[in-house]
Design a protein around this ligand. Structure first.
Ligand code: PA5
Length: 420
């Protein structure tokens, strides 16, 4: 299960103040729980079953199986909301299915050459994931990789090795029909960054060997909780409320800190979710991430001692899983680290986390999202918990959490420069 520990923030956001804020804004929670008509074209994720029903899961698992029978390497071509969700899970759980290679998220020739090198000697299937099929990074990578497959396998066999996940009726679907590629429908009423629990990400996860049924079961559990719990007992609403109380008090940056590097891609998913959902109309809390303990030696100084614009949310996994234990043996070399003899890195890392939280909590509000363990079920819970919290938080802030008008300005200039 997930639990929001607020005790290290209570000297900045007093519990009684938070409870009255939540009571005062209970109508916002009720609207989010029901889903508002004005966002009907963006709320397909709110009911997990709409895009991750048992039928869809069966279909996704069958396609994943077919892909794995043809390939040991699956190239996921997508950017932002078409990339970060499945990549989070692959990085967090290191499943043992097909290897995933990431493309469509860069315009760097060096990086794309590296991706092509990674394919040599492997059997490859590619998946171009694009809601609009206008985005430059996936569009250009798709052409590059399509041509690579045609050169390597011939046109007919290449077509068997191309999957596209796109909007029904889009030019990407037309292209699939014309060329005989496998077409997977992109959830029509879900914006990219909210698609973690749809085929957009469930297919790459399943190909990678993730138990997507367990992941979706975790999300369903979280949906049941968050869509029924009243304001005082709703942890995602408490988080959304605390963020907005802190915004009102001048806090402008939220740092998502974690002591498991496996959360690196999850933190990118989280950054996109909050940056695009809240950063608009001159408002919003800037989401940043700190991969600890490494960042304690770079960002840590500012966090502890710098301008008071930051609050922090830690991700903490309570129970160790497989691979989470490594005991440091003693040594007869006088290396000055004798105090570590026989200690497990799991405990050393925990000591670093608890000390950091205690030190930071003296200077800034610190929340901790506690996960019992790190597995598929908890990844599903995390996705739903943060998506729901983000919806509620955007509503409290008074912005539309589902559009991203700010990204158009650079695109216009870039497309002009490229002669589109
Ligand atoms: O949240 C969103 O909708 C966006 O950030 C998209 O995820 C991102 O721009 C990628 O879009 P597309 O899948 O259309 O290439």
């Amino acid at each position: 299960m997930l639990k929001l520990n607020r005790s290290f923030a209570s000297s900045f956001v007093a519990e009684d103040e938070l409870v009255s804020y939540m009571d005062e804004h209970a109508d916002v929670l009720a609207r989010c729980q029901a889903g508002e008509d004005r966002y009907a074209d963006s709320l397909g994720w709110l009911s997990v079953d709409e895009w991750a029903s048992d039928t869809i899961l069966d279909r996704t698992c069958a396609l994943a199986e077919q892909i794995r029978s043809m390939a040991d390497t699956f190239v996921v071509i997508g950017v932002g909301g078409s990339n970060n969700g499945s990549r989070s899970v692959q990085a967090a759980l290191a499943p043992e299915g097909a290897r995933l290679v990431w493309a469509g998220n860069t315009l760097s020739a060096w990086e794309l050459n590296r991706v092509l090198d990674e394919l040599e000697g492997h059997d490859v299937v590619i998946d171009c994931i694009a809601k609009n099929f206008e985005t430059l990074e996936p569009g250009s990578s798709f052409r590059l990789l399509r041509q690579y497959l045609v050169e390597r396998y011939g046109r007919e066999e290449a077509a068997r090795r191309i999957v596209c996940t796109g909007t029904i009726g889009s030019p990407l679907e037309d292209l699939c029909r014309a060329e005989g590629y496998t077409f997977v429908p992109f959830a029509t009423n879900v914006g990219g960054r909210y698609t973690a629990l749809t085929e957009v990400h469930l297919l790459p996860m399943a190909v990678a060997g993730v138990d997507i049924r367990a992941l979706v079961a975790g999300a369903r559990t979280m949906e049941r909780l968050l869509r029924t719990a009243p304001a005082g007992e709703n942890s995602a609403f408490a988080y959304a409320s605390a963020r907005n109380m802190l915004w009102d008090r001048g806090y402008r940056v939220e740092l998502l800190s974690f002591f498991e590097p496996r959360f690196r891609w999850f933190s990118k998913w989280w950054e996109q979710l909050f940056a695009e959902s809240e950063g608009k109309d001159g408002r919003g809390i800037f989401p940043a991430a700190a991969e600890c303990s490494e960042e304690l030696h770079s960002l840590g100084q500012f966090v502890q001692d710098g301008t008071h614009i930051l609050f922090e949310t830690f991700l903490d996994v309570l129970e160790p899983g497989a691979g989470d234990s490594l005991v440091l043996g003693g040594t007869d070399v006088a290396d000055a680290f004798g105090y570590l003899d026989g200690k497990d890195f799991w405990d050393i890392n925990k000591a670093s986390f608890t000390a950091t939280r205690e030190a930071h909590a003296g200077m800034l509000p610190c929340f901790t999202l506690e996960l019992d363990c790190l597995d598929e079920e908890h990844m599903g819970m995390l996705f739903y918990w943060f998506a729901f919290a983000c919806y509620a938080s955007g509503e409290l802030l008074g912005v539309n959490p589902f559009d991203q008008p700010g990204v158009e300005a650079y695109k216009r200039l870039m497309f002009d420069a490229l002669g589109k």
